[in-house]
Design a protein around this ligand. Structure first.
Ligand code: FPP
Length: 253
């Protein structure tokens, strides 16, 4: 605990990420290592979700975006999909009082209509119950893939153009972004992927154009508060140039 406090005290409060996105990978391997079922790994992963949400809130991070279930995850064995859906619904309902206590607002991103009714209802209930909260916004990406989101945005824009509400020349980066599921949110400053793989897996492809990427071999159930703070320290030690030169960035500072 003291080690964590010490690490947190080393953070530069003027350079905190506003938006952190996470790819929560490694639940299955964690379970296998312990001789457990894959579903036990997902259940253990829920504890990490609880911890990273609390720490994000305590650190004053405004947006935390979690990749809880991808469009491609529908192709997993039926029993694993069913367990994950059950877990997600159960966890969100169980966590609701704590989310409210911490002023955390739930926002759902993805093709939510595909989520089974029971879990979907619990998710909608949590979203509606936290709609007034003004602290951390917890974006849960469910039945989500970035290509789905981009195609969906293109469809919405095409409909507006076909209806004569906009002309093709009015389609700018800003207009496109305002039709994505993350409309109105700043892009992620930091994207963390646990579990050792170094890929993006169809996640927030538009939004991470200038995000800092952090890959760690730590499996999601083992991802500790210290590991999270290490990722933020790494982020704070980087120079974000957004295509400019180092000299230009330093002069701006
Ligand atoms: C990837 O690990 C993880 C997932 C597909 C699911 C992540 C979901 C949770 C942690 C539960 C979410 C709950 C809430 C409330 C947001 P993997 O199974 O691909 O691991 P592996 O690569 O080791 O097989």
């Amino acid at each position: 605990m003291n080690e964590l406090k010490d690490k947190i005290s080393r953070l530069d409060s003027t350079r905190m990420p506003v938006h952190v996105a996470m790819i929560m990978d490694g639940n299955g391997r964690w379970a296998k290592k312990q001789g457990f079922m894959r579903s036990d790994g997902h259940a253990e992963g829920v504890s990490t979700v609880h911890r990273v949400t609390k720490l994000s809130s305590d650190l004053g991070i405004k947006y935390l975006t979690l990749y809880a279930f991808s469009t491609e995850n529908w192709n997993r064995p039926d029993d694993e999909v069913a367990t994950l859906m059950y877990l997600i619904g159960w966890a969100i309902e169980r966590e609701l009082p704590e989310l409210l206590r911490n002023n955390v607002r739930i926002h759902l991103i993805g093709d939510i209509e595909r989520i089974p009714e029971d879990a979907r209802k619990r998710l909608f209930d949590a979203r509606d119950a936290t709609a007034h909260c003004t602290g951390l916004q917890l974006n849960m990406c469910l039945s989500y893939s970035s290509r789905w989101e981009i195609a969906d945005a293109a469809r919405k824009i095409a409909r507006k153009a076909a209806a004569g509400e906009i002309t093709p020349d009015e389609i700018s980066e800003d207009l496109f972004a305002s039709n994505l599921a993350t409309a109105g949110m700043p892009d992620p400053d930091l994207l963390i992927r646990t579990g050792g793989e170094e890929r993006i897996s169809n996640y927030l492809l538009w939004q991470i154009a200038y995000s800092e990427l952090y890959f760690t071999p730590v499996l999601w159930p083992d991802f500790s508060d210290e590991d999270y703070v290490d990722a933020i320290i790494s982020f704070q030690n980087r120079e974000r140039r957004f295509g400019k030169t180092s000299e230009q960035v330093q002069n701006e500072d």
